[in-house]
Write a protein that binds this ligand. Structure first.
Ligand code: IPD
Ligand code: CA
Length: 257
């Protein structure tokens, strides 16, 4: 990994990102279930104080050493996005509800993008000490070891991870589309974290990921990782601010029909 990244233009930024997620992960790991206190309780969603603290820790690390603008899940835009300049995208806890209930599928997601394209992504599963790093064009690693997407090419053999974004819970059309997918894929998993779903896609544990009305911070690092790990990923904006339709796969043919 080190050799591959020696001359990488954003090497220092990648180091900074890794440090930021590790510090936030250490803090979140120290919270026992009893102190995962609720910050906001919304229909079909919950915000924890941990979301807020994790985000401010990441912001502090980034802002101390980087001038790029930052988009975060909890507090929005910091700084001014300049065309042609990279910007950070932060999800301080992805899988918040899992974390709240003690389901060990949770991650911190941090990405660097430029002009609507991913440069790199870092996803840290702090409960299993797994750090996924994907640098578009250079490769992807899990705890420093190279990873790649699976070799599965057929939809009928593929494991699909998907989710129900908060706003789509009662959307019959969306549920109908999900049901069609459920029929055509080999297996389905709903992990409750888009970031970790895409990290699992990038290391071949699953073969596809799809979600509609997912928000950019949930998938920004996962999109980078999937691409860096040799997978195919498409994303297009929806009407909602930062909303996306995302389709990722080990092979583009999985989504062709
Ligand atoms: C959620 C997760 C989940 C997805 C939801 C997201 P959060 O993020 O990524 O997989 O289905 O749409 O909101 O709330 O845990 O940060
Ligand atoms: Ca999230």
């Amino acid at each position: 990994m080190r050799d591959r990244l020696r001359a990488y233009e954003f090497r220092m930024d990648l180091q900074l990102a890794t440090r930021a997620v590790r510090e936030a992960g250490q803090y979140l790991s120290s919270l026992s279930e009893g102190v995962r206190s609720v910050h906001t309780d919304l229909p079909h969603d919950v915000k924890l104080s941990g979301d807020i603290t994790s985000e401010s820790m990441i912001l502090n690390v980034l802002q101390a050493e980087s001038d790029y603008a930052i988009l975060t899940e909890e507090t929005g835009v910091h700084g001014e996005r300049v065309t042609g300049e990279p910007y950070w995208i932060v999800d301080p806890i992805d899988g918040t509800f899992n974390f709240y209930r003690g389901i060990p599928l949770v991650a911190i997601s941090l990405a660097l993008w430029r002009d609507n394209e991913p440069l790199f992504g870092v996803i840290f599963d702090f409960q299993h000490d797994e750090i996924f790093i994907g640098v578009v064009g250079l490769g992807a690693w899990l705890n420093g070891n190279p990873i790649s997407v699976s070799r599965v090419k057929e939809r009928g053999e593929a494991v699909l991870t998907t989710g129900l974004p908060v706003g789509s819970v009662g959307d019959e059309q969306y549920v109908g589309r999900l049901s069609e997918m459920f029929e055509s894929f080999g297996k389905i998993r709903m992990m409750g974290t888009a970031a970790l779903s895409m990290a699992y896609l990038s290391c071949g544990r699953v073969d596809a990921y799809a979600e509609e009305e997912i928000l950019l911070w949930d998938v920004a690092a996962g999109i980078a990782l999937t691409r860096a790990a040799g997978g195919s990923v498409t994303y297009s904006p929806t009407d909602k601010p930062h909303g996306l339709v995302v389709r990722g796969a080990s092979d583009a043919r999985i989504w062709e029909r």
